[in-house]
Design a protein around this ligand. Structure first.
Ligand code: CTP
Ligand code: ZN
Length: 159
């Protein structure tokens, strides 16, 4: 018996959010930064290493019954800049958008500078980075002014 090469391994969903075109291997990290309260208890599928015309291989995350808004998905671009967000209603894709980095990122990225105020043990200041370049991505800490790229970036919070 032959196996169809493009058979769906996870069925289409009735409603919710599909995060598609995630580079292969990054799906778990994408899932891990989503706001826990928003997706708790929902049916979620993490699909890894499926064939993609654009990327060769890709990961997909499907979350049923949850509509993720732009501010809840844009930071996915730090991990998966090629990701697309599909909002599904009644089995139809009603919105499709690309993730896009916002000009300021608060409270998600750890500042690598040990003397930065955001790393002070008794002074819990939320980190804040300003986007100074999109390609390649470069971000500047608003407090200590250090400039970082995505290489070695440490994400501490959730979206
Ligand atoms: N999808 C789903 N449930 C639905 C509709 C779509 O899980 N009811 C998923 C599809 O499997 C796909 C993504 O949502 O992973 C986007 O669907 P669609 O726009 O139909 O696919 P493509 O045209 O291939 O998307 P793109 O042009 O973004 O590659
Ligand atoms: Zn800093």
């Amino acid at each position: 018996m032959s196996v169809e090469p493009h058979r769906l391994i996870v069925p289409k969903i009735h409603s919710g959010t599909v995060i598609d075109h995630i580079p292969a291997g990054k799906g778990l990290r994408v899932l891990s930064i989503l706001k826990a309260e928003k997706i708790r208890g929902q049916r979620i599928a993490l699909i890894m290493n499926v064939e993609s015309r654009k990327l060769g291989k890709k990961d997909i995350v499907k979350i049923e019954n949850v509509r993720l808004e732009e501010d809840e998905t844009n930071l996915i671009s730090l991990i998966a800049p090629t990701a697309t967000i599909n909002i599904i209603e009644n089995y139809e894709v009603i919105t499709k958008r690309k993730v896009q980095l916002p000009s300021r990122i608060k409270g998600l990225i750890k500042c690598p500078n040990p003397t930065c105020i955001t790393n002070a043990p008794n002074e819990p200041v939320k980190t804040s980075f300003i986007l100074i370049s999109r390609d390649p991505i470069k971000l500047q800490c608003e407090y200590c002014k250090i400039i970082i790229g995505t290489e070695g970036m440490v994400l501490v919070g959730k979206l």
